[in-house]
Design a protein around this ligand. Structure first.
Ligand code: ATP
Ligand code: MG
Length: 580
């Protein structure tokens, strides 16, 4: 993969907007709540690739820290070895760097805190705040009650401290099977908040872990692990998405029922209590949702596993790996994340906002080039065979610093088949039989003759060029249309992949849809094999991006493209094809 994007490490966005979390942090700084510190973290579970929703959380956490001279950790929340892997760990690190962010210090793993977490579990048992329960997972669910019915106490709820301590030691030693016992917090089985009904803190799982190997066969739950990991890392603002709002009382309960002094000792601050140890606080914001796409990791994984897409980095995927391969720039994703804002109410963002962000960025940064997607040969009869003109063209219409290039022009060129109409519809401004059109950066040509193939289709056009029209208006007439072209002798063959939305329904994961597969767009990928691109792109870097004039923004596919067999991905068309 090309590293040219990530090397800059310039994670700025165009315009930072006010939001409630920025406001909250400003208040905490004003009241000196955490001794003036801002320390956030991004806590992915390594059970899939990052998607554009994660990018929002990454941008938020890293930007809030950077704006306040704070720190942001990267912590893998790796408590469920069944679904996690090193491949995901590596991809997540790579994607975050590519987005332009660098975490504070070493990468963290919740699993490195397993011993601390276990010690704290013993502490809760000793205080009578947790007990070992023998209900099976199914029974546990049954005893828990529902939103409308209170839960029931486990028959083991009043197990003695000694018995629970003995049992957890045996659980840890591997004496029991999965599901035989669990450790539960002793809170309140009739709480209106189901999360507070004696939640499970530890479960038995005889599984290898990608970081800790076979060291543990009991694994802590997410809720138990997350708050303690935050405390150990001295996180000040633990920012997460709204579905955890109802978990916040548990987050606070766990931390407040542990000995502050011991938390402090386990933390990065060590024994230095005087440096002002304040427990982290959780704040929730609404998840990013974008229409015509989906972000459920389970569904994305299924699409990969069933071959519905070519992999996590399929350019149609909403993953950062996919968007990168598609040609998105890190800046466009950061700007998009900033522009959608941060709020506490769920809403659906329109895909066009993401498209605007990438067009806006590439318009400024992508050099222009000529590429004919559906070639139709044109012979310019008044130019001699073998004669080549070297035309000088700007790489960017508004930015001289992007330089100029030489584009060869000769007797045989290709134009796009859709730029010629024998029987033009009203308002058609491009080439017609007997009509004139300007070739971009070159001459005005006139179509004199249509050469047909055996089936009667158009095989090629015979045209003449008005040699007085290079950089000059034609005399005595108006020629409105401008089309792109490539010299047949010099152009390079290329495969171009055009992408449409992966789904043709607004909310493939919505309640009204039985299965996301119903909404898959069968035409989301169209591969054009015989495109002709101007020769100046021959030595482009993998992932180099261009605007192919009049078509859209394209990048070289970093996996499949070869110097002698170029493959381009269409990042985004020039116009909004969805709504027009
Ligand atoms: P799951 O927990 O079901 O595997 P997840 O998408 O929540 O999926 P995590 O790895 O736990 O995956 O997410 C890491 C962080 O990214 C969490 O803090 C989570 O709240 C945040 N996040 C996930 N999806 C979104 C989203 N769509 N918008 C904003 N933040 C998100
Ligand atoms: Mg999660």
């Amino acid at each position: 993969m090309s590293s040219s994007d990530s090397d800059s490490r310039d994670a700025s966005v165009s315009t930072p907007h006010a939001n409630f979390i920025r406001h909250l942090i400003a208040q905490d700084l004003a009241s000196n709540k955490h001794g003036g510190r801002v320390h956030t973290r991004f806590p992915p579970e390594p059970n899939g690739y990052l998607h554009i929703g994660h990018a929002k959380s990454i941008c938020l956490n890293f930007t809030l820290a950077a704006e306040n001279s704070g720190l942001c950790n990267l912590r893998f929340d790796d408590t469920n070895p069944a679904k996690e892997s090193q491949e995901y760990v590596d991809a997540i690190k790579d994607n975050i760097r590519w987005l332009g962010f660098q975490w504070n210090g070493e990468v963290r793993y919740s699993s490195t805190y397993f011993q601390h977490l276990y010690n704290f579990a013993l502490q809760l048992i000793e205080k009578g705040k947790a007990y070992v329960c023998s209900l099976s997972p199914d029974q546990g669910r049954e005893y828990r009650g529902t939103l409308t019915e209170p839960g029931r106490n486990s028959p083991d709820r009043d197990r003695s401290v000694e018995d629970s301590l003995a049992l957890i030691a045996r659980m840890k030693a591997g004496e029991f099977n999965d599901g035989e016992y669990s450790l539960r917090a002793k809170i309140d089985m009739v709480s209106p908040n189901i999360n507070m009904r004696d939640p499970v803190l530890y479960r038995i799982r005889h599984l290898e872990h990608h970081q800790t190997g076979s060291e543990w066969c009991i694994y802590p739950t997410y809720d138990y692990t997350h708050c303690i990991s935050d405390a150990i890392e001295n996180i000040t603002h633990s920012i997460c998405t709204l579905e955890f709002e109802d978990h916040r009382p548990l987050y606070d309960w766990i931390l407040h029922n542990l000995e502050l002094e011991d938390l402090c000792k386990a933390s990065d601050l060590g024994d230095s209590m005087e440096s002002g140890y304040v427990l982290p606080e959780q704040t929730e914001f609404a998840k990013l949702k974008i229409n015509y796409t989906m972000m459920g990791k389970r569904n994305l994984l299924e699409m990969v596993e069933t071959g519905t897409v070519s992999g996590w980095d399929d350019p149609r995927m909403p993953t950062l790996a996919g968007m990168r391969r598609r040609g998105f720039t890190p800046a466009s994703i950061r700007n998009f994340c900033e522009s959608v804002g941060v709020s506490r109410s769920d809403s659906m963002v329109d895909m066009s906002m993401l498209e605007f962000a990438i067009r806006d960025d590439l318009d400024k940064t992508a050099p222009r080039a000529l590429c004919v997607l559906r070639p139709l040969k044109v012979v310019v009869t008044n130019i001699e065979t073998g004669h080549v003109e070297h035309l000088d063209m700007a790489n960017h219409p508004k930015d001289e610093t992007m330089g100029r290039r030489v584009v060869p022009f000769g007797r045989e060129i290709y134009i796009d088949a859709t730029d010629f109409e024998e029987i033009p519809p009203p308002g058609f401004k491009r080439l017609t039989s007997g009509g004139e059109v300007r070739l971009r950066g070159a001459y005005v040509i006139k179509c004199e003759e249509i050469i047909r193939n055996e089936q009667g289709g158009i095989a090629e056009l015979r045209c003449t060029a008005d040699m007085e029209t290079l950089g000059r208006k034609p005399e005595g007439r108006k020629v409105k249309g401008v089309i792109h072209w490539v010299s047949a002798e010099h152009g390079l063959n290329a495969t171009v992949r055009l992408y449409d939305r992966l789904f043709n329904i607004e909310n493939p994961e919505g309640k009204e849809v039985l299965d996301y597969r119903e909404g898959l767009n069968p035409d989301s990928l169209v591969e054009l094999k015989n495109c002709i691109v101007e020769s100046s792109v021959a030595n482009a870097e993998p992932n180099a991006r261009y605007q192919f004039e009049r078509e859209g923004y394209f990048c070289i596919d970093e996996k499949d493209s070869r110097p002698d067999e170029l493959v381009f991905n269409c990042t985004i068309s020039l116009r909004d094809s969805w709504t027009s």
